[in-house]
Unconditional design. Structure first.
Length: 497
């Protein structure tokens, strides 16, 4: 590759709003203008404007077109990502590939959510609004690009309406707790120092939603202010989506950055990798995410570096289990002195829908040129469903930018998926379990993913006759009895955790 075609992030911008009622496109425009203001001469060079899918706040089917209009960029190509928190890193890897190949000169990638504004204007409005309608009187919908989120849910999960991340991620955590021999309460305490360290990072970040450092006990102890949502996670261990935040980056070539005098302090894009998991119920080991591990390894290997070479790290942190698996994937401990976030993570920095990792990348672009060395971004979409990883540097990559070929790894991950059913009856063994509570601390459900004797997997919910007895109980590893339509479970006589 021509060294002059090395892809770089030449400018970034972030935005936050705590009082005015704004739209997601307005927040994306503020962040984009902040980036453009620091990149004199690049506005006229932008060939494509991409927007990260807006899913937690009102949006039309043409947010990229609307943003282009606000920024005064008529005629620029536009597109929108598919849904998923991996989208910012995926978009940057795509841009880096095209720039290094000479097919693209400069691109603006932006995203935002205005969920706080939505709820202020419409009290009681739901976070989970879904994707925007494709019918829009103001023009045709923007083209959609990126890997689909088909593997986020499957028929086994739909049969029991198991689709909320706040219920599915705790299932993964339960499998890790069981493997380590820890109860739900012990697992919370184990995670306290990790999440406390994230809150300390958020406290120092100017665009973080919560700028208060919390102790491990404050994060991990269930209380009136930190209620249990689904075992083992209290509120402080859940992503916080009720935010108004936006972020944008401008990616171009080293040659263009030099021409415009922007190469001093730009962020070099070294490598990128993408992989996906099968649906949650079919994953052989619910305490792990092989695609996340493989994406991390591929990004590091492609850049020719290892974990000890990294100066800054940001691991997607919608829930602690995502951080735990990602840390193992890149080979760093949870108490690593570098910490595992540059923003403070989704529970404390804020979880603006699919766009969180754009804030992490923007922050990395601001900090890495100052400290020098390399940085790593791990981005996750769905329920540990889609993974995009990237390595960045304060200096040019010796190998040039490399987009990892992960075809073999993806085929192996797909082949390992277990068969699933929605019509199971009889004995089964719990592979993962959680207990869901309402705001008053009452149990509302206790979903499990279980394995049948023939190796098939099924998702099931607790029969109402046993639900109230499952408080604080991790059923992972326990024997249960299933009845169908929809799958429901009871405990055999004398059975339990």
């Amino acid at each position: 590759m021509d060294a002059e075609r090395t892809p770089v992030i030449a400018a970034v911008g972030q935005s936050i709003e705590r009082s005015e009622i704004v739209s997601a496109v307005e927040l994306a425009a503020r962040a984009s203008e902040a980036a453009l203001d620091t990149a004199s001469g690049l506005r006229e060079r932008i060939q494509r404007l991409s927007v990260i899918s807006i899913v937690f706040s009102p949006a039309s089917a043409r947010p990229a077109s609307e943003l282009a209009e606000r920024l005064g960029m008529p005629g620029v190509d536009v597109d929108v990502s598919t849904a998923g928190g991996n989208a910012p890193q995926w978009m940057i890897t795509r841009a880096a590939q095209e720039i290094s190949a000479g097919r693209l000169d400069a691109t603006l990638i932006a995203g935002a959510e205005a969920t706080r504004s939505m709820r202020a204007a419409e009290p009681g409005a739901s976070f989970m609004r879904g994707l925007p309608s494709q019918d829009d009187a103001n023009g045709p919908p923007d083209p959609v690009v990126g890997p689909p989120l088909d593997n986020m849910t499957c028929n086994a999960e739909k049969a029991i309406r198991l689709f909320l991340p706040t219920e599915i991620y705790p299932l993964f955590e339960s499998a890790r707790a069981h493997k380590a021999g820890r109860s739900f309460a012990e697992q919370r305490a184990y995670l306290g120092p990790l999440m406390s360290s994230f809150s300390h990072v958020a406290a120092d970040h100017p665009f973080a939603w919560f700028r208060k450092a919390l102790s491990p006990a404050e994060v991990a102890t269930a209380s009136a202010d930190n209620r249990l949502i689904a075992e083992p996670y209290p509120k402080q261990m859940n992503a916080f989506p009720n935010v108004d935040q936006g972020a944008a980056v401008i990616v171009t070539s080293l040659a263009r950055a030099r021409e415009l005098g922007l190469d001093d302090g730009c962020l070099y894009i070294w490598s990128g990798a993408n992989l996906a998991e099968p649906p949650a119920t079919s994953r052989p080991d619910l305490s792990d995410a092989p695609a996340m591990r493989a994406a991390a390894a591929a990004a590091l290997d492609s850049a020719g570096v290892g974990p000890d070479d990294l100066a800054l790290i940001d691991l997607y942190s919608c829930f602690p289990v995502a951080v735990e698996i990602a840390a193992e994937g890149i080979g760093v401990p949870l108490d690593d002195a570098r910490r595992l976030t540059v923003t403070g993570g989704l529970p404390f920095f804020g979880g603006p829908g699919n766009n969180y990792s754009m804030h992490a990348i923007a922050t990395l672009a601001e900090r890495l040129p100052e400290v020098g060395g390399l940085g790593y971004i791990g981005a996750n979409g769905g329920v540990l469903s889609k993974h995009s990883a990237g390595v960045y540097g304060s200096s040019p990559p010796p190998r040039g930018f490399v987009a990892a070929d992960t075809g073999e790894q993806q085929a192996a991950i797909n082949a390992a998926a277990l068969p699933m059913t929605t019509d199971a009856q009889g004995p089964a063994t719990v592979a993962a379990a959680t207990v869901v509570y309402d705001r008053n601390g009452q149990i509302t459900d206790a979903p499990v993913i279980a394995t049948l004797a023939d190796g098939r997997r099924v998702a099931a919910r607790a029969h109402e006759s046993i639900r109230s007895s499952l408080s604080a109980t991790n059923l992972t590893g326990a024997a249960i009895h299933l009845t169908p339509s929809p799958p429901t479970y009871t405990l055999p006589e004398g059975g339990g955790a």
